[in-house]
Design a protein. Structure first.
Lengths: 233, 179
């Protein structure tokens, strides 16, 4: 047998690690305890691109919700409820882009209310101003709240200190400039990964724009993978 | 996707928990094995398997069946692992262990001769030392039995890239077998 065949054979018959006793029971308990979503989940509805672009902040918020909320790092908990605390969208028909910035809070408590979300968001903002929040990924912030639980926030925490009108005005100016840069092709694009959006694979890119004030804004952009790349074998 | 899986998916979309339980029985051991080999600990692998299936239940409603169910499932497991790995780099970093020893202890497997077994263990160790890109190809294509095309879909890369990386893997592994 030649060497390549030998390697091929060894790899193909690699033994399977033994499944721990009780794992199937745990997984089945999750099925019994939780609701199987028969429609798109709240996260996916919120996450769905409304046009050309997915804001990086939305992506970051989703990461924060799924990964960092509501407890400490490493202990991922099931998010039972997501409350959208704000969303601002700007449409640019020319070029087909829709830019959106959102904030959302997730919780493992099913009875988590909008009031709870806003309260925790404000507490987080105070901690951020006191320098007690940490940016663990670009645009993803975490802090420990007074109840000892971790809190994750995706986006620019400065947004939380603005009124709705101020936030909209600030963002409008920023997105106008970003849109002009995009049209002129003055941005850098990096491929991140393929993600599922509503069951269809999309390529997720990170576009980096340098604004006139020197601030660098990174945004996610999604493009559907062509159907012929996703056919059944 | 074969008819049985298609039918189970249809039933699960109607919130049939028995169907979800049946689907679990078919796939959970495969997904656990995949994650166990990658993450280096039984405990983490169990956790990641749990997270993977929670994601499956929450997003199956939007699965359109454009790709095989097992490919879609592996993609979720792969993304779950990648997210975990990113977090792990920041915190307590686990090192991959010698997962094959755990299998060998309780199950001699298909390697009847000691020399064969030692050679196989050298191969698995060498695979664990490959860079991440190459390692994922081996895990999906060989250990999990996915086709080249399915492997490419899970990783979001071209089939040509999978083939190229496999050639590179073989070049490296050959040097281990010749010593």
């Amino acid at each position: 047998m030649n060497t390549e065949k030998k390697i091929d054979q060894i790899l193909r018959i690699a033994p399977k690690p033994q499944v721990s006793d009780g794992l199937l029971d745990k997984l089945q308990a999750d099925v019994s305890a939780g609701d199987i979503k028969t429609q798109r989940s709240a996260l996916r509805r919120w996450f769905a691109p409304a046009g050309g672009a997915i804001s990086r902040w939305r992506v970051a918020a989703a990461i924060a919700i799924m990964v960092l909320l509501p407890l400490s790092y490493g202990a991922t908990k099931t998010v039972k409820r997501i409350i959208k605390t704000f969303e601002v969208k700007f449409e640019y028909p020319e070029g087909g882009g829709v830019y959106g910035v959102g904030g959302a809070i997730g919780s493992s408590e099913p009875n988590f209310t909008e009031e709870d979300a806003l309260e925790k968001q404000q507490e987080f903002y105070q901690l951020y101003k006191q320098g007690k929040a940490e940016e663990v990924e670009p645009g993803v912030w975490v802090a420990t709240l007074s109840n000892g639980k971790g809190f994750g926030y995706g986006g620019d925490p400065e947004m939380l200190g603005l009124s709705e009108a101020e936030r909209k005005e600030f963002l409008k100016k920023q997105f106008d400039e970003i849109h002009e840069l995009r049209k002129a092709g003055k941005f850098e694009r990096t491929f991140i990964k393929v993600i599922e959006v509503n069951g269809a694979p999309h390529r997720l890119y990170e576009d980096s724009f340098t604004l006139s004030n020197g601030k660098v804004i990174k945004m996610g952009a999604g493009e559907p993978v062509k159907d012929d790349e996703d056919d059944e074998n | 996707m074969d008819n049985q899986i298609k039918s189970l998916c249809r039933r699960i979309k109607k919130a049939d928990k028995n169907a979800a339980s049946e689907l679990l029985k078919i796939y959970y051991a495969d997904i656990y094995s995949y994650l166990r080999r990658l993450c280096g600990s039984r405990h983490d692998a169990e956790d990641l398997t749990q997270q993977t299936f929670l994601k499956v239940w929450s997003s199956l409603g939007s699965f359109k069946g454009r790709s095989k169910f097992s490919t879609w499932l592996h993609r979720i497991a792969y993304n779950t692992y990648i997210d975990w790995q990113r977090r792990n780099v920041r915190g307590t970093q686990s090192r991959p262990d010698q997962w094959w020893k755990e299998c060998v202890d309780t199950n001699p497997g298909p390697f009847a001769k000691v020399a064969e077994l030692q050679l196989a263990q050298r191969m698995y160790e060498a695979v664990d030392q490959l860079d991440e890109n190459k390692k994922h190809i081996v895990h999906l294509h060989y250990y999990q039995g996915l086709s080249i095309r399915e492997t490419a879909k899970v990783l979001g890369i071209a089939t040509g890239t999978v083939k190229y990386r496999l050639r590179e893997v073989f070049k490296i592994l050959k040097t281990k077998i010749i010593v």
